[in-house]
Write a protein that binds this ligand. Structure first.
Ligand SMILES: Cc1cc2nc3c(=O)[nH]c(=O)nc-3n(C[C@H](O)[C@H](O)[C@H](O)COP(=O)(O)OP(=O)(O)OC[C@H]3O[C@@H](n4cnc5c(N)ncnc54)[C@H](O)[C@@H]3O)c2cc1C
Length: 455
């Protein structure tokens, strides 16, 4: 046991010891606690377990089968989405849902039920998982799907690694003519304009996401760039991607208010006024930061916090403006501010963050107490608006915010293995009053959720 592991936010936390999945004892039992670890691309502490041992799944990364007719791929849980894309793109397929980095494992993508820029069309990653194998704390290996061990299947999707260790999974890939994207880029001068056009844009395109200049004020409040697109009919000629790296964490945060003001102005002006259309390489559309290894080090030794929330569409313009304004009032600048809509495709997961509405993501350098106060203030706005804060990205939300965001959290707790624990779960769920809980005997995945769009 000698490897070290840390989360992507690096909020001053020490890295943790981990044990390779193949070296686990036959049973995992209390008083020790365990948590699977993928590739540490979680911003918060849902991938950490300070009081126990992490289970390193990354070395198990074989692609086991791929059916070129149905697009069904089975791989070990430590396989990176990047490795899956390398395998399926030459065969004319693409991941149905891809988060903003491909450097996450299959197990991590399932356990956080991740979303991509096409949530309004295809829902979450879990919508496309047809089966998985789970190693329980008792050492059993269970095959789980919607028809076999169904409750455990639905609890493991989005289950934050608390139901056991996913060892492999089968995911349906999407057939595409080209991985590259025919991208519409629309520069907009304020939030009002974004909300005026987003219905039409989402209805017309597979993907859509907006970058927002969080520092713009007055009539320019919420100005930004909307990037929407669909897979192109033909692939671009392949070009080698240059890989850059941030070799060490600078002693101070480089992404401060001054540098970000200049960056935002340049980035906004880089897009032509109005609208442009061009075919862009898939890597730069989906995973622009994957070309810079360790970019999180730019935040300096104290790291960063990400705050992602979702709130109802009805008041979304006001809620978005309130959140942006709050960050400015607290004197904080967000490097990557992203706004997008979550659609109505229900996740098959018992516990999952996305729900219909708009989602705003803000990244802040960790400035200690000042940042923690800001994050609490953002939580308050979200909860008052009837929304939720993303636990999969969080490193500090209160148990009360968690309970308000996930009133049905006990449905996951009922399936948590007693020996599995994360720092996130112990500082939120474990501090809440809990009614007497029993594993439901009947399928707990609500019938209304079963109407998953056929995608
Ligand atoms: C640049 C960047 C962009 C991102 N963009 C998005 C985005 O667009 N949408 C989105 O949803 N997320 C996004 N994320 C977050 C990221 O996709 C998730 O946090 C993802 O779960 C990380 O996967 P990982 O393999 O690194 O797992 P880790 O971070 O190591 O772990 C994540 C969770 O998975 C569990 N886990 C890992 N392996 C297993 C296993 N074998 N069995 C059971 N549980 C397991 C862990 O216990 C933990 O709870 C982004 C992150 C970054 C850094």
């Amino acid at each position: 046991m000698n490897a070290s592991f840390e989360n992507w936010g690096r909020q001053g936390s020490a890295s943790r010891p981990a044990l390779p999945v193949d070296d686990l004892p036959p049973t995992l039992s209390k008083p020790e606690s365990w948590l699977p670890f993928g590739n540490g691309r979680s911003y918060g502490d849902s991938c950490l377990n300070s009081g126990g041992t992490l289970v390193d799944s990354r070395r198990r990364n074989a692609i086991l089968t791929f059916d070129g007719q149905t697009g069904e791929l089975t791989a070990e849980a430590g396989t990176l989405l990047a490795e899956i894309l390398d395998h399926v793109i030459p065969l004319g397929f693409f991941l149905p849902v891809t988060p903003g980095t491909a450097l996450v494992t299959l197990g991590g993508a399932i356990a956080h039920d991740v979303h991509g820029k096409n949530h309004h069309r295809r829902g979450t990653f879990g919508c496309h998982v047809s089966a998985l194998t789970l190693r329980t704390a008792g050492g059993e290996v269970k095959t789980c799907s919607a028809s076999r061990n169904a409750d455990l299947f639905h609890a493991t999707l989005g289950g934050m690694g608390l139901t056991g260790i996913i060892t492999s999974a089968t995911v349906r890939m999407m057939r595409v003519a080209s991985p590259d994207i025919r991208q519409r880029t629309i520069r907009f001068d304020g939030l009002d304009r974004y909300f005026e056009m987003i219905d039409e844009i989402d209805a017309a395109h597979e993907y859509s996401v907006a970058w927002i200049d969080q520092l713009a004020t007055g009539p320019r409040l919420g100005r930004g760039i909307l990037m929407a697109g669909d897979h192109a009919d033909e692939a671009l000629p392949t070009s080698r991607r240059r890989r850059l790296s941030v070799p060490f964490a600078p002693p101070v945060n480089v992404l401060n208010r001054l540098t970000l003001q200049a960056f935002n102005e340049l980035y906004f002006r880089k897009a032509s006024p109005g609208e442009t259309i061009a075919t862009v390489p898939w890597r730069s559309f989906f995973h622009p930061l994957d070309g810079i290894a360790h970019w999180n080090r730019l935040y300096g030794p104290r790291g960063l916090f990400q705050h992602q929330s979702v709130y109802p569409a009805e008041d979304a313009p006001e809620t978005t403006a309130r959140l942006l304004d709050c960050a400015r009032r607290y004197g904080h600048a967000s490097f990557l501010t992203v706004l997008k809509r979550f659609g109505a495709v229900a996740s098959p997961a018992v516990f999952s963050f996305p729900r219909p509405g708009f989602t705003l993501t803000l990244d802040f350098a960790n400035q200690g107490q000042a940042t923690l106060k800001l994050l609490d203030a953002l939580d308050e706005i979200v909860v008052k608006a009837g929304g939720a804060v993303n636990p999969y990205k969080d490193a500090r939300m209160s148990a009360a915010t968690f309970a308000a965001s996930f009133p049905h959290w006990t449905r996951l707790e009922a399936f948590r293995e007693p020996a599995m624990m994360s720092d996130f779960w112990s500082r939120t769920a474990m501090r809440l009053d809990r009614p007497e809980m029993e594993r439901p005997q009947t399928a707990l995945f609500p019938a209304e959720n079963r109407r998953i769009a056929q995608v």
